[in-house]
Design a protein around this ligand. Structure first.
Ligand SMILES: NC(=O)c1ccc[n+]([C@@H]2O[C@H](COP(=O)([O-])OP(=O)(O)OC[C@H]3O[C@@H](n4cnc5c(N)ncnc54)[C@H](OP(=O)(O)O)[C@@H]3O)[C@@H](O)[C@H]2O)c1
Length: 285
């Protein structure tokens, strides 16, 4: 039976370190500040932003909370980002995705100052990640890496399969795992023989978020594999991941639950990035 990789425990550890770093920065005269920007009234996005605001406040991080109507134009949003870019009291800028259809997400993300890119999604941060030089990395994949690190799981030499190829999760995670000397296969909706690839994996990370389209079942998992479930969806009336947890935990060596797995890590890593951004601003003063 698999041991649980508790994202809650790892997130608590990260947040404690962030709390101490915030206190230290405040002693040096810097109050880390995170600005969140939410456009429109998507309830899931509002919930995510509320959690980010709440966690920041709990850790002593100052916040700005910009909530804008869905009719806000791309130019107005670019102007707001520029204002936040040039505000010396703001250290981190998070524009909650997805944005309404009339706004070009890439244009907005690209306009965020790399020094304040706490989501790690600007082209600059992506390029730095490719060169193993990023200070601010995307929160969800770095949360996965933090979990592995906390439980002292060394991925060097492992065959890892990621089911996701988004800029938010799969692609940056592939780079992070390769940096740690894993051999990585990135899969997606057009992958052939996915189950066979999964059965050969020492480490599986899945982030599909649609149980009808994809469920990781026990027959797809090698005995002793490590299974990390990033997916979030509703299944049988409950919050669930991609993994058939009860069956897969009988075969895996380590497994993340949903909820309580990768979810809490994403916010914890955002807080960590905010403190890193504030520290960078201090060095550059
Ligand atoms: N826990 C957290 O903190 C956290 C953070 C971020 C995201 N998430 C969750 O992670 C999931 C993915 O997020 P995302 O933003 O990366 O979404 P996304 O861009 O929609 O990515 C979904 C990925 O799943 C692949 N896919 C879809 N159907 C498939 C199938 N039948 N077989 C294999 N692959 C399939 C897609 O392939 P194609 O590229 O070919 O379409 C795509 O690469 C969502 O459930 C999201 O809620 C959780």
């Amino acid at each position: 039976m698999a041991q649980i990789l508790s994202g809650l425990a790892v997130a608590a550890d990260v947040k404690e370190r962030v709390r101490k770093a915030v206190e230290e920065l405040k002693r040096q005269g810097v109050t880390p500040c995170l600005a969140t920007v939410l456009v429109g009234d998507d309830p899931a996005s509002a919930t995510y932003v509320n959690s980010k605001q709440k966690t920041a406040k709990e850790l002593g991080i100052a916040t700005r909370d910009h909530r804008l109507k869905a009719s806000f134009t791309q130019q107005e949003l670019l102007d707001l980002v520029q204002l936040l870019n040039s505000d010396p009291e703001v250290h981190g800028i998070l524009v909650q995705l997805p944005l309404p259809k009339h706004i070009d997400e890439f244009a907005i993300t690209s306009s965020i100052s790399p020094l304040k890119d706490v989501d790690g999604l600007t082209p600059y941060s992506a390029g730095m990640l490719l060169n193993n030089m990023a200070h601010l990395k995307p929160c969800t994949p770095s949360g996965v890496m933090e979990i592995l690190d906390f439980y002292k799981i060394d991925v060097a030499g492992m065959d890892a399969v990621i089911v996701n190829r988004s800029n938010l999760v799969g692609l940056p995670l592939a780079l992070m795992l390769v940096e740690k000397n894993a051999t990585v296969t990135v899969c997606h909706s057009r992958t052939k023989n996915l189950a066979e690839k999964l059965r050969n994996a020492d480490l599986v990370v899945t982030a599909v978020g649609n149980r009808e389209r994809f469920t990781l079942t026990a027959d797809m998992v090698k005995k002793g594999a490590i299974v990390i479930d990033v997916g979030t969806s509703r299944h049988a009336g409950k919050l669930a991941g991609d993994v058939d947890f009860d069956a897969v935990k009988e075969k895996a060596s380590w497994i993340t639950p949903v909820p309580g797995g990768v979810g809490p890590m994403t916010i914890a890593m955002l807080m960590k990035n905010t403190v890193s951004a504030a520290s960078i601003s201090r060095v550059m003063q």
